[in-house]
Unconditional design. Sequence first.
Length: 223
Amino acid sequence: MDRPAVDTHRDTHHTPVMQNSLPFLTFTGGIAETNGYFLPTDNGGILIDAPDGVAAWLAAQGKHATHLLLTHQHFDHVMDAAALQETGTKIHAFAGYDAKLTLEHVTRSWGMPNVRTYRVDALLSVDQPWQCDGVTLSLAHVPGHSPDSLTFYHSDSATLFSGDTLFQHSIGRTDIPEHGNHRLLLQGIREKILSLPADTVVYPGHGGSTTIGREIRSNPYLV
């Protein structure tokens, strides 16, 4: 979640993307207009984040996510996690399910629906790349927006899925009690994200894509 919930909604959509050797589809849904990224594989597919509506969208296209990778567990990124798990999707995250991580203690005051409880099937480690069905992703732990924030980097195509760490001309919000730490987020971005090649294309949890080089030159939070 990069901003408080608001009473606006954009219709969900998907866009086919081919970034060198990494084809994927983008889905945007939910009250916070959260992006989910589906990487098709021979055995089904890998989904990065589970915004509201993504399970129905996948089913309508006859696609199945065999694995769900969570960049973090704020409510808008996990609304469809339980629905996907019911179809056999294996959920991977930096930490186990916790209502404090999903922010349900905060979202109730906004009148938001509760997150359906799911289980994290496997904890992700940043010590080694995650590999599945021919896809290899390097992981980095970048807290400061959420304690469990991860990024996923595909080096062959110079593609980064940044979650709510780095956005086009912005960064993740750091004012959430017990979650946010501005200094820690900036440190993680500089050390673990901006150190990637300048032509790396960044696909964030909200909004459009950007590149590392563009953010180094023009992101007002990083100058």
